[in-house]
Design a protein around this ligand. Structure first.
Ligand code: DHE
Length: 504
């Protein structure tokens, strides 16, 4: 953050605190914060080298864990232990403070976004030849959320080519440029990074929001679009150097603003499609034309709906979006006409974003795991009728398959029991045919296939975790690679070709 911005935000903080007279204890806690925390987390708690310490950004950190982190630090990060420096009362007061909203709502518009950009190296100055030997289309990017790193993995040898630090708490799938050379990451704190895989080099970073959901990269590779929870904006970036192009306020006709649940690239339509949490609309932002006036994304197309849709699945042509309202009925909307064409009653909380497709008895079907119920729903994409509810051992997050494999792999780690199991669904019979336990007693999650579909990689989602490589036909383990809470893994070929078995 630049000096002017720091002093402006600090002034805002002081005024905010003065606006509502602070108690002695609050003032003391502010002082403790400024002395020990501000240099990394920002004087304003908006983040810096360390993550933002705001209630919205900390939703996923339980308070007891926050106390523990302050007292004991975080292994393999720059977060030191304060247990010897601060009393337990001071630590509790700090924890209380970081879960309290700021007195003044912070601003994060074009000026702040532009000022945050760091160009580590000019992308064009880097050689157009990889600095290592491997099948460039069979690489994996593996996100390790235990210590906030990413690994570039050779998908033939299953060996790490590089491992590098990322921003705190990446979320959503990293996105690739169409040739697979660059990968773009988004962190929950709104940091977007561009990494050159061929040169194993971080190119640029920019903070597009204070609390982001995900990013999408256009199928022509020119633009990135960032979905923000806070502020209520979509932010368009130029992928060459991540410079910001436009900040789009997300509002309905009455001026009510909305969090953006996620944004997706609808490649065949040459547009981005955004899911909105608080207004019943779907937004489409076209990148079909290069505008000489630079007016890209100035006028999103707004499709008005009769309900909120915030989790999306697209059919392969991107003509239809199947959305769920997280608890309500699923709806299929034709993106050309903007008209709802079907309603689908799914139990629990379907995780449509993890849906996959295949051909079942001559018809294209999609299948989705369920965050709340132990079920995988298989749906005919012609009639949008449910073909089968396949019971699983518990609620799951992700499912994956590949054109060259007869099975879909389903995790079930979102419940209390059986979190160490991966279930294997036969795509022909729609029956579960096998259960795998990569490491008994340890959480198993998120599968991804090699480019040829011959091997499946599963995460053991623990700090002393591993990536377990299975032969996708025999279901035997062929290799185990130690990793620090590996979460998603992304195969370059499967992603850039939009394989039917992987999320997009
Ligand atoms: Fe995710 C993708 C939403 C919690 C790990 N998650 C996505 C996407 C959405 C989404 C909309 C698709 C965007 C994309 O890939 O570009 N996730 C949500 C939620 O609403 C939810 C339930 C609550 C929240 O706090 O945001 C949620 N997600 C989680 C987790 O708790 C997970 C398991 C751990 C974490 O890191 O936060 C998690 N989400 C992931 C991963 C992907 C993802 C690994 C990418 C999956 C992929 O294979 O493409």
């Amino acid at each position: 953050m630049n000096a002017a911005l720091i002093s402006r935000v600090f002034l805002g903080l002081v005024v905010g605190v003065m606006g509502a007279p602070a108690s002695r204890a609050e003032t003391d806690t502010q002082q403790v914060y400024q002395t020990h925390c501000a240099s990394c987390h920002g004087v304003d708690r908006l983040g810096g080298a360390g993550p933002a310490l705001l209630p919205g950004n900390l939703e996923r950190l339980r308070r007891p864990d926050a106390l523990k982190t302050i007292a004991q630090g975080r292994q393999a990060t720059q977060m030191p232990a304060f247990g010897a420096l601060l009393s337990s009362q001071e630590i509790s007061a700090l924890a209380e403070m970081i879960y309290t909203p700021l007195a003044k709502t912070p601003t994060w518009g074009m000026d702040e976004i532009r000022a945050s950009r760091i160009e580590h190296v000019k992308a064009a100055s880097l050689p157009n030849k990889p600095v290592f030997k491997a099948d460039l289309l069979n690489l994996f990017v593996v996100v390790e959320i235990g210590d906030h790193h990413a690994t570039i993995l050779d998908g033939d040898k299953f060996e790490a080519i590089a491992r590098f630090p990322t921003r705190y708490a990446l979320h959503g799938g990293p996105k690739f440029s169409p040739d697979g050379r660059y990968v773009y990451f988004a962190s929950r704190d709104g940091w977007i990074a561009k990494y050159d895989i061929w040169n194993l080099t971080l190119v640029a970073e920019i903070r597009a929001g204070i609390n982001a959901r995900n990013l999408a990269v256009s199928s022509d590779g020119r633009f990135a679009m960032v979905a923000n929870n806070f502020p209520h904006t979509l932010v368009a970036l130029d992928t060459r150097d991540l410079s910001p192009i436009r900040v789009i306020d997300v509002k309905d006709d009455s001026g009510k603003s909305s969090r953006v649940s996620a944004v997706y690239d609808a490649g065949p339509r040459k547009s981005f499609v955004a899911a909105l949490k608080d207004i019943p609309e779907v937004w489409e932002l076209s990148y079909a034309e290069i505008s000489p006036q630079g007016s890209e994304f100035a006028a999103p197309r707004r499709i008005k709906l009769d309900d909120y849709l915030d989790d999306f699945f697209f059919d392969p042509s991107y003509e239809h979006v199947f959305g769920s309202s997280r608890g309500g009925q699923g709806r299929v909307v034709n993106l050309n006409s903007g008209v709802k064409v079907a309603a689908v009653d799914l139990p629990g909380l379907p995780h449509l974003g993890s849906g996959i497709t295949w051909n079942y008895q001559g018809m294209p079907v999609m299948a989705t795991p369920n965050l709340k119920d132990g079920v995988v729903s298989v749906i005919d994409m012609g009639s949008w009728k449910i073909i089968k509810q396949v019971p699983t051992l518990g609620p799951g997050f992700f499912m994956r398959s590949h054109e060259n494999t007869p099975y879909a792999w389903v995790d079930v780690f979102n419940g209390q029991k059986n979190r160490d199991v991966i279930q294997i669904l036969d795509k022909k019979t729609l029956e579960i045919v096998k259960e795998l336990k990569p490491v008994p007693g340890k959480v198993a999650a998120h599968t991804e296939f090699t480019r040829d579909g011959k091997y499946a990689l599963v995460s053991v989602w623990e700090n002393d975790g591993e990536l377990v490589v299975y032969n996708a036909s025999t279901l035997e383990v062929v290799k185990r690679i130690k990793m620090n809470k590996p979460s998603g893994k992304y195969n370059v070929f499967n992603k850039i070709t939009r394989s039917e078995g992987t999320s997009h």
